[in-house]
Design a protein around this ligand. Sequence first.
Ligand code: PDD
Length: 281
Amino acid sequence: RTVYVNGEYLPETEAKVSIFDRAFLMGDGVYEVTSVLDGKLIDFDGHAARLARSLKELDMQAPCTTEELLEIHRKLVEINGIEEGMVYLQVTRGAAADRDFVFPDPEEVKPTLVLFTQNKPGLADSPAAKKGIKVISIEDVRWGRRDIKTVQLLYPSMGKMMAKKAGVDDAWMVEDGFVTEGTSNNAYFIKGNKIVTRALSNDILHGITRAAVLRFAAEAQMEVEERNFTIAEAQAADEAFITSASTFVMPVVEIDGAALGDGAPGPRALRLREIYLEESR
Ligand code: PDD
């Protein structure tokens, strides 16, 4: 696979980043994951806008223009022949001369930019979407700026491990009794013709797929209610689902051992998935 590092397209085995890179030492980096369907980027503009926001919130320099980023995305997709999959992008504050908590002078230290592709044939026609996924709830102990897409993913990784140990697929995180989001996705339930999901704030990532799905809700004759909800309320719902660039709309069929409806993916979640795939392709 060919990857991109700071201006160069290289075989992945030859790509190098300094051990003093602040993302390696401090988790001082942000990222984006953009999906690819039919060899085309899905919602690139949304991801680019969120990246710009993450950089701004952390007072980090942009490594290049959005047009240049798009060019790099497209080139990597082409070189690696990706029909279905993802492009991962990471920007870090760069490699300072030594380990230091204080941010380096942006005049001296330039950001690091890394991109690579992930080939995922069958991403759209996913068997998981036909079966639905099971989740458990776990406490949300992450920091208070979850709206910034940082590479500090240790707790989400631990959450996925807790889910794996419990024999399920993922975990929904709960803070002060209310669901925030999934370990790497936004969380929703459906009751009647209403989609309920937590409102945007610093408590959750502002999902690009979330924005698209809520826009398309009207097309599915559904209403949207953005508010806090509990695990008990989601368990008592008709359907539930998650969204992310890597799963699109994925039905949730079980929460903490309680099956939703008849335990199969719900028709409305599947319809939303269909609409999302049609509209964004
Ligand atoms: N995760 N919430 C969290 C905590 C996430 O990590 C993600 C994305 C989302 C969904 O955002 P979007 O719809 O823009 O992908 C919500 C990516 C896919 C990842 O970490 O791999």
